[in-house]
Design a protein around this ligand. Structure first.
Ligand code: HEM
Length: 503
């Protein structure tokens, strides 16, 4: 009896799957709605085009553009996702109105359990824009000027003490080395002395547990009672507690050493309505900054190191640039800004390897694609891929060739000039979204960490160039492929280089 029920059940499930596959195919073949974006062909509902997109989003975008044009809808784990490529697409999505397009519903499930309550995507957009304004206030030149020597000291210390750099030379996994260095440099500057001092012990473990919470499965099921999520929730509570303890201690001692870290900046700041930021929100903002910035910086820095390993002559050019600009002086924010080739090396790495390949928003009201009668329905996810124009011959000759010298003759990007708009965190160019180079995004959700990231990456690179020489382990091997399997893309492991101390 039980066996008969089971076989009936299995038959019913199989029939339902077959019916849904068949109706999905019939819909695509015979019911194309001319007022909706074309649908990318897929055999199976729910799974849709997830595998193709997940393996290599750029390959997928370029292939679809050839077939369907600049806008098309694909199925991503059951979500109807409409991609709009090119400058018009970037403007449409990145400059979209908040009532039409919403970031928090897409990013919130993954990030709120990691960052904590009361900040970023857990609050009304206007409040988050006000929080971004306060963060911008913490990235002043005065603060960055204080950070640069800290960055240098951290890298020197790392090379002296880390086992990967014992001896005259060797091979190291530059991906983990850069992750560690960028974590320590961010902790030692932005996060403050107390956080840096406890990073070798307490913070590091909780950081890792929080980081594991960024697993792609948590985009859909952040509440799953699985071990990574239990560890994530505990780490969030403990880490927020550590920050609030530091804040309380600071309030009693005062800023005796005249520190310039973000924690002091937020403790002294006020929301637009004049109220102070509650300690828990300061703590969670600090966690958000650490978690949000770290992956982008670490992945971008690793790409820089790998491309340079393929071009040791460029490492020597960088060394000469330092000698020319700084002589025997120590690195400062001002000298860093004059190290043009250093900055261009970073710029070129970000052109080809921006860690955020897909910028997503949830469509709240139907949105008509300009100059067409095609409408993106409410409920779709709209996806911008600013990395696509960055990889296009029209804007960058030999686009897929990594060439830092392409930026030698830089002209001011005309799109950066002209009208500005203030979303609540300071004026930004309203035309910026038309630029073919947008590694830091544009519009309401544009990155506020760009100046910090450039100072951090520049100082790390300059110090490594001053102290080390490096090259490919296998001179014939190409630069590693990109790993798109997590939220932020990065070089595929292992990403090794052969290094030696500079004589
Ligand atoms: C190379 C390094 C970095 C890259 C390539 C990068 C890239 C980006 C991009 C593309 C966005 C826009 C996301 C969207 O529109 O959905 C963004 C937003 C943001 N980034 Fe960065 N970022 C970097 C470093 C940092 C650092 C170091 C921090 C902080 C210390 C930071 C903080 C933020 C914040 C607060 C936002 C705003 C998010 C929003 O408004 O929704 N970023 N970043």
């Amino acid at each position: 009896m039980a066996a008969t029920i089971l076989s009936h059940l299995i038959l019913t499930v199989i029939s339902l799957i077959l019916v849904s596959i068949a109706s999905n195919i019939i819909r695509q073949l015979f019911y194309r709605d001319p007022h909706k974006p074309p649908v990318v062909w897929h055999w199976f509902p729910l799974i849709g085009n997830t595998v193709d997109y997940g393996k290599d989003p750029y390959k997928f975008f370029f292939k679809c553009r050839e077939k369907y044009g600049d806008y098309f809808t694909f199925e991503l784990l059951g979500m109807k996702t409409t991609v709009f490529l090119g400058a018009k697409g970037n403007d449409f999505i990145l400059n979209g109105k908040h009532k039409d397009l919403n970031a928090e519903e897409v990013y919130g499930p993954l990030t709120v359990p990691v960052f904590g309550r009361g900040v970023v995507y857990d609050v009304e957009n206007a409040r988050f824009m006000d929080q971004k304004r306060l963060l911008v206030g913490g990235f002043t030149s005065q603060n960055l000027r204080a950070y640069v020597p800290e960055f240098v000291r951290e890298v020197e210390q790392f090379l002296m003490t880390n086992v990967a750099f014992h001896g005259k030379g060797g091979v190291c996994d530059i991906s983990s080395v850069f992750s560690e260095i960028s974590l320590y440099t961010a902790a030692g500057s932005l996060q403050g002395k107390e956080v840096r001092d406890s990073f070798d012990s307490t913070f590091a473990t909780y950081y890792r547990h929080l980081d594991d919470g960024f697993a792609p499965v948590n985009f859909m099921f952040p509440w799953l009672p699985i071990p990574i999520n239990r560890r994530r929730d505990r780490a969030q509570r403990v880490m927020a507690g550590l920050y609030t303890d530091i804040i309380r201690r600071r309030r009693t001692t005062g800023n005796e050493t005249d520190s310039h870290d973000m924690l002091w900046a937020l403790m002294d700041a006020r929301y637009k309505d004049g109220t102070a930021i509650p300690d828990e929100e300061i703590a969670n903002l600090m966690i958000a900054l650490l978690m949000g910035g770290q992956h982008n910086t670490a992945a971008s820095g690793t790409w820089v190191m790998l491309h340079l390993a393929h071009r040791p002559h460029l490492i020597e050019e960088l060394y000469q640039e330092q000698k020319h600009v700084m002589g025997s002086e120590s690195l400062t924010l001002e000298s860093l800004q004059k190290l043009t080739l250093h900055n261009n090396v970073i710029k070129e790495a970000l052109r080809l390897h921006s860690p955020i390949h897909s910028i997503m928003r949830k469509v709240k009201t139907p949105m008509q694609i300009p100059d067409t009668d095609v409408v993106v329905p409410a409920g779709h996810i709209l996806l911008a891929a600013p990395g696509v124009p960055s990889r296009t011959e029209e804007f960058f000759p030999d686009a897929m060739e990594w060439n830092a010298h392409r930026w030698d003759k830089q002209e001011q990007d005309e799109n950066e000039e002209g009208d500005t708009i203030d979303y609540g965190y300071g004026a930004v160019s309203s035309k910026a979204a038309y630029s073919p180079y947008l590694p830091f995004g544009a519009g309401r959700h544009r990155c506020v960490g760009e100046t910090f990231a450039y100072a951090q990456l520049g100082a790390i690179l300059a110090t490594l160039v001053r102290l080390l020489q490096w090259e490919q382990v296998d001179p014939k091997a190409p630069v590693p492929e990109t790993d798109y399997s997590s939220m932020f893309s990065r070089p595929m492991h292992p990403a090794t280089i052969r290094w030696r101390h500079r004589p």
